[in-house]
Design a protein around this ligand. Structure first.
Ligand code: ZN
Length: 104
């Protein structure tokens, strides 16, 4: 799951393993999962789960009722950036210039 944690005094979004609930601190340590049915149709409204590599086997053993798709976690920001039509350079500049939380 995605959560916000306080990191060096700043509120920052982080990926948390849906099995052990520890933060995934390095993209190379994680994968993201989503489920399909036997027809390849998305289920659970396309919900994304985050897992450490080390937790993947335990998760898969305990969740046979769905067909799980997965990709390395490092793909997620790139693929999400594509679906958000993200201008990476502009977004990086705005984040570096502040990245401060806004209250509503
Ligand atoms: Zn884990």
């Amino acid at each position: 799951m995605l959560r916000v944690l306080k990191i060096e005094g700043q509120d920052r979004p982080v990926a948390v393993c849906d099995l052990c609930h520890d933060r995934i601190a390095d993209a190379a340590e994680g994968r993201f999962y989503w489920a399909t049915n036997e027809k390849g149709e998305l289920v659970e409204k396309g919900r994304i789960l985050f897992l450490h590599q080390r937790c993947s086997k335990s998760f898969e053993k305990g969740n046979h009722h769905l067909d799980w798709c997965q990709l390395p976690l490092e793909y997620l920001p790139i693929l999400l950036g594509d679906t958000l039509n993200l201008d990476w350079n502009a977004a990086r500049k705005r984040t570096d210039d502040g990245g401060h939380k806004e209250h509503t």
